[in-house]
Ligand binder design. Structure first.
Ligand SMILES: Cc1cc2nc3c(=O)[nH]c(=O)nc-3n(C[C@H](O)[C@H](O)[C@H](O)COP(=O)(O)OP(=O)(O)OC[C@H]3O[C@@H](n4cnc5c(N)ncnc54)[C@H](O)[C@@H]3O)c2cc1C
Length: 418
């Protein structure tokens, strides 16, 4: 028996589930398939930040040279595992071309608009009675220990200010005033009051539960293996649990999207970038808002009764093994900034790793292709997929519905790299 639906979504992460939500709101009959449980990919254990302040794309001047400098340091926050991988070389070449001022100037206001639109949708979700996901709008505080880090952080803050974000540059006394419950060792900081945070897995799973009550059909442990096509259309989606047919298909499988798209002769330049998080029981002395320990590139996010430390960006393909040295590097950084917190003395809840789906220019892919009439791609959100989840879902519902998207999607064209 074939499973039938109007729209089939491949991937039950934040992008797939938000897309399902807005499609259902438009009256579409939706099926979601995921090879694991709902929210078992990158959307599960991330830092939970909803951050208009992160409007500089990953591809920015200086990033690659820093990455190459760090390449042989297994504790560095950015690491490319040395290996022969043609797709990685091609990706790095495209990334190198995108690391320029012109791209950053063009991408920043665009990411800002997407981020604020998404933040507003999160506020709408949080106001809904049946959704509780620890959403708080307390801003985000970046703290610095080195002069060079502070200088770069302040420069970036002025860039954000120029595109309209609220920014406060703080000295150590002002940092302490903002976070009086906990000692912070820093020479300066930047506060972004418009940022927010939430508990990511709770959000995605609550929303999945909600859409099920609205009629969505969710199939977990159902892995997509390939497709049958005819006349520019995907006619059958073949999975480990049988065949699915749908009028429209949305590919929202994060870092796994290129492997799935390959069966359709579609090349998606997405490289997985592994990151880790360690969640512990909330310590007695705890910040009230997320902090970014900027020089160490570690995020510290209070999430209900827990505190999460997240960081590192390791390009090692789809490998999900846990490198203990990198986990330890995250934990080691914490007491250097927050002497009241010794992560190893807190009750451990979970060590986790996930794969950020990174495109060469730091912008996701969102839209249809020239080759198939009933396929929409929504993948490649890198470090800001949680932030952009709701607006991506809303835009997907507009693309699938053949409506004019409320935000111009030219910069997100799937075929922009040829
Ligand atoms: C350490 C870390 C910290 C981060 N912090 C933040 C943050 O603070 N804020 C932020 O905005 N972003 C953050 N991110 C990035 C964010 O987590 C991702 O951008 C986002 O989760 C991507 O969502 P997604 O739905 O595209 O992918 P995923 O959540 O990975 O979902 C893809 C889904 O597709 C499924 N799938 C894969 N292959 C198949 C198949 N063949 N068949 C069926 N299903 C399949 C997978 O099982 C998975 O559930 C962080 C990431 C990491 C690693």
């Amino acid at each position: 028996m074939k499973h039938e639906s109007e729209v089939l979504i491949i991937g039950g992460g934040v992008i797939g589930i938000c897309s399902a939500y807005y499609l259902i709101k438009r009256g579409r009959k939706v099926v979601v398939v995921d090879k694991g449980e709902i929210c078992s990919g990158s959307s599960y254990g991330n830092a939970g930040l909803v951050v208009p302040s992160h409007s500089v794309p990953l591809a920015a001047p200086g990033v690659l040279s820093k990455g190459l400098k760090w390449m042989f340091d297994s504790e560095s926050p950015f690491y490319i595992k040395p290996r022969f991988d043609l797709e990685l070389f091609k990706w790095l070449w495209k990334f190198r071309s995108a690391c320029n001022e012109r791209h950053v100037q063009k991408a920043m206001p665009f990411i800002r608009d997407l981020s604020f639109a998404s933040l507003q949708l999160y506020e709408e979700f949080a106001a809904q009675n049946d959704l509780e996901f620890g959403f708080e709008k307390q801003g985000m505080l970046m703290v610095f220990k080195t002069e060079k880090g502070l200088k770069d952080g302040v420069e970036e803050a002025y860039l954000m200010q120029e595109i309209g974000l609220e920014v406060k540059i703080l000295n150590p006394a002002e940092i302490q005033e903002l976070e009086p419950n906990i000692r912070i060792n820093a020479i300066g900081g930047v506060f972004y009051p418009q940022d927010a945070h939430l508990i990511p897995a709770r959000f995605v799973r609550e929303l999945a539960r909600h859409i099920e009550t609205e009629g969505a059909d969710i199939h977990t442990n159902t892995e997509v293996l390939g497709f049958e096509t005819s006349n520019r259309k995907l006619t059958t989606v073949k999975t480990t649990r049988g065949d699915f047919v749908a009028d429209e298909v949305v590919l929202a499988s994060g870092s796994w999207s290129p492997g799935i798209a390959k069966d359709l002769q579609i090349k998606l330049p997405i490289q997985p970038a592994k990151g880790y998080s360690v969640t512990v029981e909330r310590p007695e002395k705890c910040p009230v808002r997320p902090l970014v320990l900027a020089d160490a590139k570690v995020a510290v996010t209070p999430m209900g009764e827990t505190l999460r430390f997240a960081g590192t960006l390791e390009m090692a393909g789809l490998d999900l093994s846990i490198n203990k040295r990198r986990v330890n590097a995250i934990l080691k950084a914490v007491p250097q900034y927050l002497p009241d917190i010794r992560p190893e003395n807190q009750q451990l809840i979970e060590i986790w790793r996930g794969l950020r789906p990174c495109t060469p220019d730091g912008l996701p892919f969102l839209g249809r292709l020239s080759t198939y009439d009933n396929l929409t791609i929504a993948a490649g959100h890198a470090m800001i997929g949680l932030s952009l989840g709701p607006i991506t879902g809303k835009l997907v519902s507009q693309v699938v519905g053949h409506e004019k998207p409320e935000i111009d999607l030219t910069m997100l064209k799937v075929e922009r790299f040829g």
